[in-house]
Write a protein that binds this ligand. Structure first.
Ligand code: CTP
Length: 405
């Protein structure tokens, strides 16, 4: 696999001034390890010569549908079969229209129809053309058929206008292709993450709560999505935006979190209990605001259900990852918690003394029945990504073990 995640890439060049940038694009794609074959439209050859692309890719450039020499070497159907992926950059307004219409009047448009591999287009045109309803409608048609539309950039244009329509820079195109093709460590897995604090009502205006910001759980949910998982995030009250691609369920109390988790637990492969669930709740919250009439006030608290332990006890339940926030004896307490709750993995972090809660960074001691790993202090996003690396290894071993037993 290459940086772009593809082996054989068919690079289509259509006739726009930004075709000159595609020379650098072809060079970067080759440097990333892809095998690149270039197909040019007639108009594209007026901007850059096929010879330039041949020199950069080390492969002959294909320009004509009915070219006896090329058809003998590699026919157009064969070329369509050869490709793992098609990238058309630049894609002019005219070529996008021909794709949307399904025309097959030259080699590149024929290849588009003849192949069934993923197709990405990088539009490049004048800002007014880009904004035209006809162009936008063609793009909608293509997007609805699954074509990836990369860009455009906004800024100064070759024609002197400014605005959206510029072709993406070659480095950005290569990066975008890389993320499109990145299937991820948890592709096909369903993951449920709990995050944030819970708030347990004392009366209509007061609650028992804690200082969890939810940042670790949100970073974890985001990392899981990046790695291809389908993620449900059950969150207590936090001031954080929902990471893109995550399905968020908002709750306030531990009992509500318990309900939301068990509503969504079916078919979950991995459960990550990242929430700082209140262990106790006021037994009988007052219906009205409590007045300060007495010198002392006692709160009668009752235990909340332990969501993580209940999930871990499910027959054929998910792989369970717990978290433990500890102010002392981190490793010892963590191992005891792993055993007591019968978890597959536990990530323990020190709290107190300006550590843990309400911060952007943290460290984690990750333990599982057969081992442990210390992750040093780092940003919670990076920490989540490192944690997923360990989790993936252990999860795969666990799945293999369950299947084998
Ligand atoms: N947890 C949970 N439900 C609860 C309490 C905790 O799901 N009612 C989960 C947390 O999300 C976390 C793990 O359990 O993943 C550890 O929580 P923690 O409060 O540190 O552990 P406790 O078992 O409550 O132990 P203690 O408070 O005594 O340290």
């Amino acid at each position: 696999m290459t940086n772009t995640g593809t082996e054989c890439l068919l690079l289509g060049i259509t006739g726009g001034i930004s075709a000159y940038k595609s020379v650098e694009l072809a060079r970067l794609l080759v440097a990333s390890g892809a095998r690149v074959r270039v197909v040019m439209t007639e108009a594209a050859t007026r901007f850059v010569t096929p010879l330039t692309f041949q020199a950069v890719t080390g492969n002959p450039v294909h320009c004509h549908l009915f070219d006896e020499e090329y058809e003998a070497a590699m026919g157009h159907i064969e070329l369509a079969r050869w490709a793992d992926q098609m990238l058309i950059a630049p894609a002019t307004a005219d070529f996008l229209a021909r794709m949307a219409q399904g025309l097959a009047d030259d080699l590149l448009s024929t290849l588009y129809l003849a192949s069934s591999v993923p197709v990405s287009v990088v539009p490049a045109m004048n800002v007014h053309m880009w904004r035209h309803a006809a162009v936008q409608q063609n793009l909608s048609v293509l997007a609805s058929r699954g074509v990836n539309i990369l860009g455009p950039d906004s800024g100064a244009q070759a024609c002197g206008d400014a605005g959206p329509g510029r072709m993406l820079e070659p480095t950005d195109i290569v990066a975008a292709l890389g993320s499109l093709n990145h299937r991820g460590m948890f592709a096909g897995n369903k993951v449920l993450v709990t995050a944030g604090p819970t708030q347990e009502a004392i009366d209509p205006v007061r609650f028992v709560g804690n200082r969890s910001s939810g940042k670790m759980g949100f970073a974890l949910a985001e990392a899981f999505v990046r790695e291809g998982a389908e993620v449900v995030l059950v969150s207590g009250p936090v001031a954080l935006n929902t990471p893109p691609g995550v399905r968020r369920v908002n709750v306030q109390t531990a009992l509500q979190m318990h309900g939301a988790v068990f509503e969504n637990i079916k078919k979950t492969d991995i459960f990550a209990g990242c929430a700082a669930v209140a262990d106790y709740r006021p037994e009988l919250p007052e219906g009205q605001k409590i007045k300060k009439t007495s010198e002392r006030l006692a709160l009668n608290l009752v235990r909340n259900p332990d969501i993580l332990a209940e999930v871990a006890a499910l027959k054929d339940g998910p792989y369970t990852l717990g978290f433990a926030a500890e102010t002392e004896n981190l490793a010892e307490n963590a191992r005891a918690k792993l055993l007591a709750k019968k978890l597959n993995m536990l990530a323990a972090n020190p709290v107190g003394d300006n550590l843990g809660f309400e911060r952007d960074d943290n460290s984690l001691l990750v333990i599982w029945p057969g081992g442990e790993k210390q992750l040093p202090v780092q940003d919670k996003g990076a920490l989540a990504q490192s944690l997923l690396g360990i989790l993936e290894q252990q999860y795969q071993a666990h799945v293999g073990h369950v299947k084998g037993s």
